[in-house]
Structures are given as structure tokens and as C-alpha cells.
Write a protein that binds this ligand. Structure first.
Ligand SMILES: [Zn+2]
Length: 138
């Protein structure tokens, strides 16, 4: 069956590395022949998403992945107040470009507000030749 997996992430700066490592491991396991560029892009997108959550002072953070045969969605769900906006940061800015990076890396991305939490997600398309280790009913 299609796979939905999630993990709780600590809300601290080092969590960014843990989150990136986790998503890379899951992708490599679920898609044995996945293009390493996709793994790198997804790892970078997750790093940006988790960085946003940590900077927004989230207390609870969940990283999730919804895997299908031809695409995979990575997402962070956190309890920080407010909804992130994609801002156009000046080239000299050291922050504020997270969602621009996510937009550039993903096929599609978005923010889904919830009750007391929000989810920011990004979709990655996979090539026809990418093998996956599970059945997908799509
Ligand atoms: Zn599926």
C-alpha cells in the first residue's frame, strides 16, 4: 500500500540535521533506485521547513512523508502561531528565503492551516524508472 510515515522531531537547531537524515533514509528505503538529486532536494527542503518551525518557536513538530509510486510529499506540522509566508528576501538576507527554496525545489507546495497547528508541505515528482518497494493504488 501507499506509505504514510511520520516522526516527532525535537524543536531545536540540531533537529534540522536529524530531520534531513530521516527523510533521506526513508526515501532511499522506499525507492531503491531513486535519483540522488531528488534525495538531496528533499533533504534540503526538509531542512528549510524544520528551520522555519524552530525559528517560529514551535513546541511540537512532526515530520511526515506520503509516498506514492510517482510522487512523494514531505511535510512539517507544528504548533507555532501564525502561518508562514513566502517572502522575497534581499540577496544579503541570511534568513527568510526558506519557502523560496522550498518552492524552487518542489513540484508544488502549500500551507494547510489546522486547529492549533499548521502543515507546510512540498511535493516531489519521481521518474517512471524510479522503483518503489511498496504497492501504490494510484
Ligand atoms: Zn499510492
Amino acid at each position: 500500500m501507499c506509505r504514510t510515515i511520520r516522526t516527532a522531531i525535537r524543536c531545536e537547531p540540531l533537529a534540522v540535521r536529524d530531520a534531513r537524515d530521516w527523510i533521506r533514509e526513508q526515501l532511499t528505503e522506499l525507492y531503491p533506485s531513486i535519483d540522488t538529486a531528488v534525495v538531496d532536494d528533499a533533504g534540503l527542503a526538509v531542512s528549510e521547513l524544520v528551520t522555519n518551525c524552530v525559528r517560529a518557536d514551535a513546541h511540537e513538530l512532526t515530520l511526515s512523508m506520503i509516498a506514492h509510486r510517482f510522487d512523494v510529499v514531505v511535510a512539517t506540522t507544528d504548533d507555532a502561531p501564525g502561518v508562514p509566508h513566502r517572502v522575497t528576501a534581499p540577496p544579503s538576507a541570511t534568513s527568510g528565503r526558506g519557502l523560496q527554496i522550498v518552492e524552487a525545489l518542489t513540484t508544488e507546495w502549500g500551507v494547510s492551516p489546522g486547529d492549533g497547528h499548521k502543515t507546510v508541505w512540498g511535493r516531489f515528482s519521481l521518474t517512471d524508472s524510479t522503483r518503489c518497494s511498496f504497492d501504490c493504488d494510484r
